[in-house]
Design a protein around this ligand. Structure first.
Ligand code: SF4
Length: 488
């Protein structure tokens, strides 16, 4: 019997299709369960319906309340292994025929084989990344990394260009909305009006690719217009330039409409043709075949309870309303307000605002890692259950006590001031830690170290910060001041 392939909402590109009959289920309970960003809900539904139209009479589309309503009584289905514990439990319950997962450069079997030789709890992403480069030959020549090094990270930390408000690059390519988007918008309006869903953030326009063709337009645009500057300004932030030189392709890869290998191959081609510098090409390659694959494998390696059990710093503060409701106007810190506005307006910011503005704030203020991780999953158009736990609970919040990152990513206002132009327009001063102008990031950094001194003292990477803390003449006053500061 030819099996019908049930495609999940992140398996929507050609690399998930082997030519047989397809089933797509639009399950409303998925959107009703969580306070998703409106644009995330739109993007997912739009991608599913565009895929259904592309597949024509090979696809059966079923609208239902829950997946299980459709699965009950069907014994003709197969799936490609889904990307969350929840869905893997579901397919196991219905005894579906399960094929190995796709959508990553390395398979789960590749990782298992690598993990036999390396302890993933001691090894770092860099070890894994180098092994993937060696094995795939990506950016390799005669068995050696091109340019003589695997990693050009140190060349990818330039501060933003002086005196510029933007990188002066052309606007990124946007998809043009169509009748499917109109229909999705009307459906989501109806769900919200009926009280069947609660979305956060602003509605469209849809800025991210929902189809393979759109993803290719975005990839071309990135390769030609932004890749050359990507590496240099990978970590920089400018208030008037939300995309900087970033690819904007993570939503497409995480929806499965774009194969990550296509991105890696395309940027390598730009390097070989002399159109993009190695620091850019290696930087994006590391993001994809290094970081993205690494956190995917760690999701399974760390286990289902990882986020729930990740609270090594005993952080219990509830997420404030300004975060839950994405309300940047109630936030006084210019950097944080600006980044929250970006999340509100687009459901996307690049990795440094995520880690060093949002994550750093949540770390300093002691936000609950589990709630914060869920917030990132729901609020970002590329947020998935597999990508956020290691990135948020592990890396940003140090909740796993160092399995993911060897030290907490806490930083004062000096870092944000160096890497952005936010501080110029802020009522606080990044150099001041005490008094009315005290920057909450600068003061919060010292208060964070003070609060966690006992827990983190033994970490050799924090010797210098703790030496600084012990020399702080106004330590008590700073800690006292921060104890009264609101969580937002
Ligand atoms: Fe952010 Fe502090 Fe700079 Fe204000 S002064 S923008 S709060 S880092």
């Amino acid at each position: 019997m030819e099996r019908t392939r049930l495609l999940f909402a992140d398996q929507l590109g050609p690399h998930f299709d082997d030519g047989g009959p397809i089933l797509i289920v639009e399950a409303d309970s998925v959107l009703a369960r969580r306070p998703y960003h409106r644009q995330k809900a739109h993007l997912i539904r739009s991608a599913m319906r565009h895929r259904a139209r592309e597949l024509g009479d090979r696809v059966e589309v079923v609208r239902a309340e829950r997946y299980r309503d459709v699965l009950e009584g069907r014994d003709d289905l197969q799936v490609i292994a889904p990307t969350s514990y929840g869905l893997r439990h579901l397919v196991a319950e219905f005894d579906l025929d399960v094929l190995p997962s796709r959508g990553f450069v390395t398979s789960e079997a590749d990782f298992a084989e690598w993990a036999e030789r390396h302890d993933p709890d001691r090894a770092r992403m860099e070890d894994f990344y180098r092994a993937v480069r060696d094995r795939t030959g990506i950016l390799m020549k005669s068995g050696k990394p091109v340019g003589g090094r695997y990693n050009f990270d140190h060349d990818n930390r330039d501060t933003p260009p002086k005196g510029k408000r933007t990188l002066e690059l052309p606007e990124p390519w946007w998809p043009e909305e169509d009748d499917i988007d109109d229909e999705v918008r009307a459906d989501l309006d109806r769900m919200e009006a009926d009280g069947r869903a609660h979305f956060v953030g602003s509605d469209g326009p849809r800025r991210f690719a929902a189809t393979h063709d759109e993803a290719h337009e975005m990839l071309d645009d990135f390769a030609v217009n932004r890749l050359p500057l990507f590496g240099q300004y990978e970590d920089a932030m400018l208030e008037d330039d939300w995309s900087m030189a970033h690819s904007l392709l993570s939503p497409a890869m995480n929806l499965g409409v774009l194969d990550p290998l296509e991105v890696v191959e395309r940027v390598s081609e730009e390097y070989r043709a002399g159109r993009a510098p190695l620091r850019s090409v290696e930087g994006i390659t590391r993001q994809i075949i290094g970081w993205r694959d690494w956190v995917w494998h760690l999701y399974w390696h760390f286990g289902e309870d990882y986020t729930r059990q990740s609270n090594a710093l005993n952080a219990t503060r509830k997420l404030p309303k300004a975060w839950r409701e994405l309300d940047p106007d109630s936030v006084k810190e210019n950097c944080l307000s600006h980044v929250l506005r970006g999340v509100h307006d687009r459901g996307w910011t690049h990795h440094i605002p995520r880690l060093m503005v949002l994550g750093n704030w949540a770390l300093q203020r002691g936000y609950d890692p589990r709630e914060t991780t869920e917030w990132f999953i729901d609020s970002f158009v590329d947020g998935t259950p597999w990508v956020m736990p290691a990135n948020v609970a592990g890396m940003a919040l140090h909740g796993d006590g160092g399995r993911m990152a060897t030290k907490p990513y806490a930083a004062g206002g000096a870092y944000i001031n160096r890497m952005s132009d936010y501080c110029g327009g802020c009522r606080f001063d990044p150099k001041v830690r005490l008094g009315e102008n005290a920057c909450p990031y600068t003061a919060g950094y010292w208060a964070f170290l003070d609060r966690n001194e006992e827990r983190l003292r033994g970490n050799p990477r924090l010797n210098q910060p703790f030496a600084g803390l012990s020399r702080l003449s106004d330590r008590e006053a700073v800690v006292e001041q921060e104890s009264h500061r609101r969580g937002i």
